[in-house]
Structures are given as C-alpha cells and as structure tokens.
Design a protein around this ligand. Structure first.
Ligand SMILES: [Zn+2]
Length: 168
C-alpha cells in the first residue's frame, strides 16, 4: 500500500502584461492577451493527438489563468455566466498538452487530451458527440449533414436533469 502526499504547491501567479507595442504583442515574450469589451478571449480547442477541432469557447481572465495554473481547460460559459471547469460535471476533463496564443494575442488555442471519464470513449461535446463540430453544411445547398454518425455517450446519463447550456 502506498500513500500519496497531496500537492500543496500554491498556484503560480500568472502575469498578464499591459499591451504597449505591436512588437511586444506580436514578437515579444510577454503574455498580453486582448480581452474584448465583455472581458473575453476566444479559444479554439483541438485534440492534441488527432488534431480534430473539438470546440470553440471563450475565456475570461480567470478562466485563462486557471487553465494555465491547473493544466485543465477552464472556460467562461456565456450562457450560464459562470466559470466553467470543463468536465467538472461530466468527468470529461480536457487535459492541456499545449497552449498557444495567436499573433495579436486575441485568440487562444488549447491542444488537449480528452479523458473518457467513466464512459466508453473520450468526448467533448455536451450533446454526446466527440467534437462540437459534429455536423457539416453542404456546399451550394446549405443542407445539414452529420460528420459523426453516432454519439459517443448518452448525455442524459452524463448530465441527468442539468439545464442544457444551449440557448435559443
Ligand atoms: Zn458541444
């Protein structure tokens, strides 16, 4: 039998620099993210192994900071207006392999590895699909098709009666 000591390191303080010059923002070493008028920055998340786009989300300062500190994806839920630790309810945590920021530092790219939680296969989307982008739009006709032909998990089983985050 082994005992493990809990990791008691305090989280690093993440410093977001003021944006002072194009050179600094584009080619410097300062992390100087640009949050929009709502205090948010766009985040695209891909599967670190397959490269598949999993979702597009938004982060506020807190979410970006917590993602950096914990190595697990945190977002700002615009529909629920809460900090959202992805997988806190479902167990489908996104473990960050790499974080990138774009040229003008107004978008973040998370490369993650998906945990399967207690389910058969790893997934990311609350509807039950692997990727939020589980549908296609046909060129010329605009018709909807399905890129994933089956759900990876049953959302009822995972989320129970939790309110659906999709807002009409
Ligand atoms: Zn989704």
């Amino acid at each position: 039998m082994t005992t493990s000591t809990p990791d008691t390191h305090p989280p690093e303080v993440i410093h977001f620099a003021a944006r002072t010059s194009i050179e600094q923002v584009e080619e410097g070493h300062d992390l100087a993210p640009k949050f929009d008028q709502d205090g948010l920055i766009a985040c695209v998340t891909t599967d670190a192994t397959s490269g598949e786009v999993l979702m597009l989300g938004y982060m506020n300062r807190d979410a970006l900071e917590k993602t950096i500190q914990t190595g697990e994806a945190h977002y700002w839920s615009r529909s629920r207006q809460v900090l959202w630790h992805k997988g806190a309810t479902s167990g489908l945590v996104q473990r960050v392999v790499e974080i990138r920021i774009d040229d003008d530092q107004d978008a973040v790219w998370l490369r993650v590895s998906l945990s399967a939680g207690t389910y058969a296969a790893p997934a990311s989307c609350h509807v039950g699909y692997r990727s939020c982008f589980y549908r296609t739009i046909e060129l010329q006709t605009g018709k909807i098709g399905y890129a994933e032909n089956a759900k990876t998990f049953d959302p009822k089983q995972v989320y129970g009666d939790a309110p659906n985050p999709t807002i009409l």
